[in-house]
Write a protein that binds this ligand. Structure first.
Ligand SMILES: CC(=O)SCCNC(=O)CCNC(=O)[C@H](O)C(C)(C)COP(=O)(O)OP(=O)(O)OC[C@H]1O[C@@H](n2cnc3c(N)ncnc32)[C@H](O)[C@@H]1OP(=O)(O)O
Ligand SMILES: O=C([O-])CC(=O)C(=O)O
Length: 376
């Protein structure tokens, strides 16, 4: 294999063809099935509509959306098996690891388990999209020793998530803010977790296995896990007047600043544009803009000194925090959204499958004489 074929971290390597999501990293554009995210958010689209769009390639009509919402809302309850598995997990466990375990276990209790047909995978995708919010909120209530709250069919996916998390009627403005955040996180081409989902699917393994791979990949702090690290950083900074000195020192110490930089965007991440505004609005509405203001200082110093832009994980952190979502649920909330993209990609992979199996640029020793144990 020639050296020119090798790209560290697969940078700029085209590893699949896809019709789902287009990113222009120079212009800072993110497009789902031809629709710019700015138009979807500005035009009042909903997360349910975006899931339909990612899966079917078209926006739904009123009737299609109505029946799609119904099919999602009737699949919200977890299987009894998954509920039992949750009770065996350590309450102090990492929420993403618990989510990964519940996704994996739910596959065994899915009524279509073992059916390898495409139609069965579509039914599994409906269940996973519907049940991830239930899994995440069940994990939180289990961790905090509170009774589980049964999902409601009459609420949107975002509204029902907040309802199951807090046990009270969700504030409409919070539900819409979460709905928009879910739209913004829904898909992002061949990001690391979607790539792992596609690699698993390409062996013709099942949808739950593919999503289990994806959840494990999203957890890492260089990917979806960054949003939790951002909030921990903002809390460590603590006071607006300390922000500039803190971040300047961190950069001098050559620390990696979570929520900044991106493999594909060379300009502002278009999702960050919305999340910055939403973080400010959420802070103002909840009467505390400190974390938004600290974030603005961090952004301006990192931009000036490192020429790095905030990514999707930067302003989502302060926005979720002010909405009252616990920090350890930030990455699980990302999964509640990205499950729409993962399943769209896995279904696309199944439709046009070929095993994904790259090569390694071997840099080790190619041949040595074996020496018996007693002679070493
Ligand atoms: C949903 C998402 O996954 S969005 C990304 C979430 N992840 C984060 O926010 C974590 C922080 N960011 C990063 O680690 C990176 O920017 C990544 C992983 C997102 C992209 O990384 P890559 O494109 O592979 O860039 P790479 O890691 O090679 O870094 C290139 C250079 O930029 C620097 N750099 C990149 N991001 C950052 C950062 N956030 N803070 C400080 N320096 C950075 C690196 O130190 C490196 O500098 P060097 O050449 O002097 O060593
Ligand atoms: O595309 C990426 O590499 C990471 C990202 O922003 C995402 O998954 O949303």
């Amino acid at each position: 294999m020639s050296e020119s074929q090798f790209s560290e971290g697969l940078e700029d390597v085209v590893a699949a063809s896809s019709e789902i999501c287009f990113i222009d990293g120079d212009e800072g554009r993110l497009v789902y099935r031809g629709y710019d995210i700015h138009d979807l958010v500005g035009g009042g689209s909903t997360f349910e509509e975006v899931i339909y769009l990612l899966w079917h390639g078209e926006l739904p009509s009123t009737e299609q959306l109505q029946s799609f919402r119904l099919s999602l809302s009737t699949e919200r309850a977890l299987s009894q098996g998954a509920v039992e598995v949750l009770k065996t997990l350590p309450k102090t466990g990492n929420a993403m690891e618990m989510l990964r375990t519940l996704v994996s276990a739910s596959g065994l209790f899915d009524p279509d388990d073992g059916d390898t047909s495409y139609d069965a995978s579509v039914r599994m995708a409906v269940r996973l999209v519907s049940q991830l919010p239930t899994m995440v909120t069940a994990i939180e209530r289990y961790k905090t020793g509170q009774a589980q709250i049964e999902p409601r069919k009459d609420l949107s996916l975002a509204g029902n998530f907040l309802y199951m998390l807090n046990g009270v009627e969700p504030d409409e403005r919070d539900a819409r803010a979460l709905d928009i955040a879910l739209i913004l996180h829904a898909d992002h081409e061949l990001n690391a977790s979607t790539f792992s989902a596609r690699v698993t699917a390409a062996t013709l393994s099942d949808l739950y296995s593919a999503v289990t791979s994806a959840v494990g990949t999203l957890k890492g702090p260089l990917h979806g896990g960054a949003n939790e690290q951002v909030m921990l950083m903002l809390k460590e900074i603590g006071h607006l007047e300390d922000a500039e000195a803190w971040i300047t020192k961190a950069l001098e110490e050559k620390r990696r600043i979570m929520g900044f930089g991106h493999r594909v965007y060379h300009t502002e991440d278009p999702r960050a544009t919305h999340l910055r505004r939403m973080s400010q609005e959420m802070g103002e509405r909840k009467g505390n803009t400190t974390y938004y203001e600290i974030s603005k200082v961090v952004e301006s110093v990192v931009r000036e000194k490192k020429k790095l832009n905030p990514n999707v994980d930067f302003y989502s952190a302060s926005m979720y925090y002010m909405m009252g979502i616990p920090i350890h649920l930030f990455t699980p909330v990302f999964a509640v959204s990205r499950i729409s993209g993962w399943t769209a990609h896995v279904l696309e992979q199944y439709r046009h499958n070929r095993l994904i199996r790259p090569r390694a640029d071997f840099i080790g020793i190619k041949r040595r004489a074996f020496v018996k144990l007693e002679e070493r």
